[in-house]
Design a protein around this ligand. Structure first.
Ligand code: F6R
Length: 587
């Protein structure tokens, strides 16, 4: 989390830093700040809240002449959200911005305090800044090396040094790249922040130090490193709302097209999908919605292909005693490809010599680069913090993998299912262009608790529906296995409490219907989303019936749209919900 941008060249850095920060706001928006520098001064301006607050402050401040600067948008880890804890931080000669978490910050702080150094903020960043300053005696590369050797944790730093007309940067376990323009250079957490100015970039590897002036040097272990300059497709990086009120709505509406683009090559030639049928066990690992997409895959692989699947949240998987006693494949799911816990899970599997396959959206990301093989979803840029189209594509790819595996293992033989996959984008388009979601949203937007119940794959759908609604509307939501409700949670059901019942699995439909009746008889306002014509409930959404591999992909968009309409009625900041960030690069 946190976004970093840096500039050195022949222009004043103000607009470049502000534009970059606005693009990076998806990485956190608790506070923000910039530092700009000339031969004599470093000027720091910080603000709490969104980048628009910083922009206003900068526009009301007389800025020094400058041709270099660093900027930061913060997602708070150490220290509460306030001006003092906002970045940049300055200690002595050193001014820095930081993305990541320094785990041994307390030990370093104690050591530096014993040497008489005082601290103003509660951040780990100021401690790292003080450490670099402490180690600095004119040779900044040496000071950065000494300091990073001592730091435990993750970091991407952009650094200004009082007596040097240069800009420095270094990273470990947090993303950072170098942008190369005409007589100007950029540092950024991701390419979107600088794509307006250049599409040439270098991906920085662990502990490579970048030194920028009128040229650039990349230094590792005191040796110059030569790196490949990559060229990005500008159209991939530039996005706009295209007339939609919110990115989230735009991204839901894009689902049919991106689904078609992602599936087409595999539907034309199923051999392009990896053959996972040789593995005895599959582990699917991810966080949040990526995990819930993984659960769709787990259900289908188990039910249809008879494969043993463990689906585990990455932050647990990385620390658990995972017993790899059979030929196992670990599938990592991540839109950003930079989620810290998922990266750690990937590295754990690799440490044990286990094969890894990633399903990612960002092709240049750490997870894509470090996994043994990868499948790219073609979601394009996802801007809204709550994922929608990327989730659908992750679930779709896993569904197709499950189908291929079931064919390979001869547990099914029905080839017509491929045709239904081909028809999915059209059906999805019909589903998302209906307008009955607004009626349901109006019925529930004032509620403070909402429940989602379902069984088997329908429960996995509930988990995503519940997460989507809670994260953007701030309504407390809970997903429960329908049969588990009576073991405690049903005591929360009361008059008019909305309960979504998801019924798509015909084999278990009657059981879920009984559980729905149990909550209905206790006064719940029941909303059923199903592929079976029940004509039983006041609020019933009938989605087109398709085969089991494709079905969830027509139900979840319904829940995404209901969540969207509810959040809109509640006046929430839909694209940037509070306390969240799009890319979770800290554990
Ligand atoms: C929820 C959401 C998150 C992400 C999770 C993993 O709407 O977006 O739960 O799914 O943070 O992110 P990635 O897929 O980038 O690893």
């Amino acid at each position: 989390m946190c976004g970093i941008v840096g500039y050195i060249g022949n222009k004043h850095p103000k607009d470049i830093l502000l534009n970059g920060l606005k693009t990076l706001e998806y990485r956190g928006y608790d506070s923000s700040g910039i530092a700009i520098k000339n031969d004599k001064n470093i000027q720091i301006i910080k603000s709490v809240g969104k980048i628009s607050n910083l922009e206003e402050k900068i526009n009301n401040t007389k800025l020094i002449e400058s041709n270099m600067g660093i900027g930061h948008t913060r997602w708070a880890t150490h220290g509460e959200v306030n001006l003092v804890n906002a970045h940049p931080h300055q200690v002595g000669n050193i001014t820095i911005v930081h993305n990541g978490i320094i785990e041994n910050a307390k030990e370093i702080k104690d050591k530096l305090m014993n040497k008489g150094i005082k601290f103003k903020s509660n951040t780990d960043t100021e401690i790292a800044c003080a450490l670099i300053n402490y180690n600095y005696n004119g040779d900044i590369i040496d000071a950065i090396n000494k300091s990073t050797n001592e730091l435990i944790g993750s970091y991407a730093f952009a650094i200004l040094v009082k007596d040097k007309n240069m800009l420095y940067a270094v990273r470990k376990d947090s993303p950072l790249l170098l942008g190369i323009g005409d007589n100007e250079f950029f540092i950024a957490s991701d390419l979107s922040a600088i794509i307006k100015y250049t599409n040439k970039y270098i991906l920085l590897d662990e502990n490579e130090i970048v030194e920028l002036s009128d040229t650039y040097r990349i230094i590792k272990n005191n040796k110059i490193v030569k790196k490949e300059i990559l060229i990005a497709d500008v159209n991939d990086e530039l996005v706009s709302k295209c007339g939609y009120e919110h990115y989230m709505l735009k991204e839901i509406m894009e689902e049919p097209v991106v689904l078609e683009n992602t599936l087409k090559p595999y539907l034309d030639n199923l051999n392009l999908l990896p053959d996972i049928s040789k593995y005895k066990e599959i582990h699917i690992v991810g966080c949040g919605s990526a995990l819930y997409a993984g659960m769709i895959g787990k259900n289908l692989l188990e039910e249809k292909a008879n494969v043993k699947v463990l689906c585990e949240v990455a932050s647990e998987y990385r620390y658990k005693n995972i017993i790899y006693d059979r030929k196992t494949l670990v599938i990592l799911i991540s839109q950003s490809g930079e989620t810290a816990d998922t990266i750690a899970a990937l590295r754990k599997a690799k440490k044990y010599g286990i094969d890894t396959l990633s399903i990612v959206n960002v092709k240049t990301s750490t997870i894509s680069r470090e996994s043994d093989s990868r499948i790219f979803i073609e979601a394009g840029k996802e801007v809204a913090v709550a994922t929608t189209k990327a989730y659908i594509l992750q679930a779709a790819i896993l569904s197709l993998i499950a189908y291929k595996t079931a064919l390979k293992r001869k547990s099914i033989s029905d080839k017509s299912i491929l045709n239904e996959f081909r028809k999915l984008p059209k059906l999805l388009s019909e589903v998302i262009n209906r307008d009955d979601y607004i009626r349901i949203a109006k019925e529930i937007y004032k509620s403070s608790n909402v429940f989602f119940i379902g069984r088997k794959i329908d429960y996995s759908i509930c988990l995503e529906g519940s997460l989507k609604l809670k994260e953007i509307s701030y309504i407390h939501c809970e997903a429960k296995e329908a049969g588990e409700l009576k073991h405690g949670t049903i005591s929360l059901i009361d008059n008019d409490i909305p309960v979504f019942g998801i019924i798509t699995d015909k084999d278990i439909a009657d059981k879920t219907i009984s559980n729905i009746e149990e909550v209905k008889s206790r006064g719940a306002k029941v909303i059923v989303i199903t592929n079976i014509e029940l004509n039983k409930y006041d609020y019933e959404i009938l989605v087109p019936k398709v085969n089991d591999f494709c079905q969830s992909l027509l139900v979840v968009p319904t829940l995404q749209l209901i969540a969207y309409e509810i959040a809109k009625l509640r006046g929430c900041d839909i694209d940037k919900p509070k306390n969240l960030a799009k890319s979770v690069t800290v554990e």
